[in-house]
Design a protein around this ligand. Structure first.
Ligand SMILES: [Zn+2]
Length: 296
């Protein structure tokens, strides 16, 4: 038999054991609600960036030690809290589960979200998932279908059969496109629309590149590759305590001395930054309000 210590529960009677457990469970909801409230504030202030994290999610995993699933649920709830402060009391009272909030966060429409949060009070995770599933657009059924049909009659060119399910809006757009190109077969409508779309995109890309080259802001690909290699394909932001950001995705080339302030394109003035830290550096130079105002 184990020695009875102050922390041992062996001698606690059943009734007291269950009472304590239930009270602890209540406290757990209190703590979770407060954690979400604090995270929402950390998010609003963007403090995680100063500490060397690319996102609130990474901050939760790396700094607070949450599993990815737990971090995801807390971050989603923190994101929703700003627009729906009522969820704080609901989570605290154990009437709304975090997993339910995370599920509802998938719904984009803010008004709909509010309605779902109201409807989900007191519901189990499964019941809430059913409510949300009704609101989310149906997942692609994978009905797009392309197969090689064979060789076109009288030539040696390949032809393909292509079938796709269209929703109402898409069907309406197709109808408009057909009007414009003049009631040709579907194949011709598609050909013209695609050609024009791709042509325009190329044109816009060319214009942007030319204007950047003309202004001297354009960074040649070879330099970008070299900077990426030098920085090890990782965000170079380092927090005051020496912690370097671990982000490796969606990195951007940043001018250490901003281009607008006379910084050039030499390698020494370039570095890799994640989106969050690129924005943070811009805020530090130009001020948060100004960067917000230009939608940066
Ligand atoms: Zn970063």
């Amino acid at each position: 038999m184990l020695p009875c210590t102050a922390f041992s529960l062996q001698s606690t009677p059943d009734k007291a054991l269950l009472l304590h457990l239930e009270s602890l469970r209540g406290n757990e909801s209190f703590t979770v609600a407060d954690i979400v409230r604090y995270l929402a504030e950390v998010l609003a202030r963007g403090i995680f960036r100063d500490l060397g994290y690319p996102s609130l999610f990474t901050f939760c995993v790396e700094r607070l030690g949450y599993s990815r699933g737990s971090a995801y649920r807390r971050c989603e709830a923190a994101r929703i809290l700003g627009a729906h402060p009522e969820i704080y009391e609901l989570i605290k009272g154990g009437k709304l589960q975090l997993c339910t909030v995370a599920e509802i966060s998938k719904v984009v429409d803010e008004k709909k979200r509010g309605e779902l949060l109201k409807a989900a009070v007191g519901k189990s995770r499964e019941e809430a998932a059913v409510l949300v599933a009704r609101e989310l657009p149906a997942r692609s059924t994978g009905s797009d279908f392309i197969d090689a049909k064979g060789v076109e009659a009288g030539s040696n060119k390949m032809v393909y059969r292509f079938s796709v399910e269209l929703d109402e809006e898409c069907m309406r757009l197709y109808g408009v496109a057909k009007e414009i190109v003049g009631h040709l077969p579907a194949k011709e409508v598609l050909r013209r629309v695609l050609k024009e779309f791709i042509g325009r995109r190329k044109e816009v890309k060319r214009m942007v590149k030319e204007s950047l080259e003309g202004s001297g802001r354009y960074i040649p690909k070879s330099v970008r590759v070299e900077v990426g290699r030098r920085d090890g394909g990782q965000c170079t932001f380092v927090a005051e305590d020496g912690k370097r950001c671990t982000e490796r995705h969606g990195l951007e080339i940043d001018h250490v001395m901003p281009y607008g302030l006379g910084g050039g394109n030499e390698r020494e003035n370039l570095r890799l930054l994640c989106r969050a830290h690129n924005r943070l550096m811009a805020e530090r130079v130009f001020g948060r309000e100004k960067i917000r105002a230009v939608g940066g």
